[in-house]
Design a protein around this ligand. Structure first.
Ligand SMILES: [Zn+2]
Ligand SMILES: [Zn+2]
Length: 159
């Protein structure tokens, strides 16, 4: 039986997407790049196989935020919709070019599942409190990320 299609899009409706496969992973990132990109204290996103993603109206614009990542947003309203690693990080295995991370808030039904971890916690704001018992990792604790910076010359940490 085919998976039910998951749908979402930006605030103005110019960019719409469909996801034909199941969510693979979900997490919340507190790093400075995710804060700047989302304009929010933290950013939660859910991973899908890139081949399961189809844009059904306009395409997003992809911005290369570092040598290891690109981030897609609506050119009309600016909604941050998705990001994707340009290299394989290995740790975690979902950080690779074959995976796309969808902004949870852009889903038509955001209550798709709950997150499994916090990342980039060195950037977590002091008044943001989570009592969820989930694993917490700093960017510099990710061996894969550290290796990617070293080999690709990324000038600033990001997750
Ligand atoms: Zn839009
Ligand atoms: Zn981040």
């Amino acid at each position: 039986m085919a998976e039910p299609v998951i749908t979402g899009g930006c605030l103005c409706g110019r960019v719409r997407y469909e996801l034909s496969g199941p969510p693979l992973d979900m997490g919340t990132c507190h790093c400075r790049n995710c804060q700047r990109w989302s304009g929010s204290p933290f950013h939660s996103s859910v991973a899908f196989a890139l081949t399961d993603l189809r844009f059904t109206r306009s395409q997003p614009v992809w911005y290369e935020s570092s040598s290891i990542m690109e981030r897609g947003f609506c050119p009309g309203c600016g909604s941050p919709l998705a990001f994707r690693y340009l290299v394989s990080i290995e740790d975690p295995p979902t950080a690779n070019p074959g995976t796309v991370w969808i902004s949870v808030g852009s889903l038509d039904e955001p209550e798709i599942r709950s997150p499994d971890w916090h990342f980039g916690v060195e950037g977590q704001l002091s008044w943001v409190k989570f009592d969820d018992g989930l694993p917490r990792t700093r960017c510099d604790e990710s061996l894969g990320l550290t290796k990617a910076y070293a080999s690709w010359g990324a000038d600033q940490p990001e997750s």
